[in-house]
Write a protein that binds this ligand. Sequence first.
Ligand SMILES: Cc1cc2nc3c(=O)[nH]c(=O)nc-3n(C[C@H](O)[C@H](O)[C@H](O)COP(=O)(O)O)c2cc1C
Length: 209
Amino acid sequence: MSHTKPRRALEPSKPPAAAPRARGGSGTTHSPKRDRILVAYSSRLGSTAEIAACIGRVLSEAGAAVDVKAIDQVDGLEGYSRVVVGSAIRYDRWLSDAREFVTAHRQALSDVPVALFFTCLAMAKPEGAAKAASYAKGLCKLLPGANEAEVGRFAGVLSFSKAPRLTRMALRVISWVTGVEEGDHRDWDAIRAWSEGLFRGPVPKAPPN
Ligand SMILES: Cc1cc2nc3c(=O)[nH]c(=O)nc-3n(C[C@H](O)[C@H](O)[C@H](O)COP(=O)(O)O)c2cc1C
């Protein structure tokens, strides 16, 4: 959590980490034996996309083959042994395409380990933690078995200049109501720490056909 003056974001400008070869695989060929992870995200103004990219980097540094994709670019879940799904919060909920994605793939997601996360401004202030907990609770309703405590909750970005005019007005209201200042509130150490804790166990066996 960032409770101090917003810092300059450093993580997105880092060069992508070289992905070590995952066990049981070589090159980029899809193989059911290989630990292939999908990081699917929904982002309107880009901050969640950059968080998803960071999560992908951490997972590939740990040896997995990782695809980081906007939800509207995901064709299906076949071939993935684990899945991460995240979205920006707007008006107290995940974006609609993220909600629809989890609902549409609920059966397939119940067959593999899944991690959920969200980006919001509530997390930019200590007093927003209860609000963020309610977001975690709400989105776990989409996926039976999801554990609220494990949901990644990250502070996002409040940028008036990046937003279209109507969105800018909404952001000014949010800033006024919450007291969150304009700036990049993302805490890359917290994002990396959460990512490093993901999927510690062995690659799950593919479900029987
Ligand atoms: C129209 C709008 C509504 C938002 N609603 C909320 C909200 O209800 N709660 C919250 O904590 N943050 C809210 N935010 C803040 C966003 O979650 C935050 O800016 C996030 O970093 C945006 O992610 P993105 O850059 O991936 O779109 C809202 C932002 C906008 C533009």
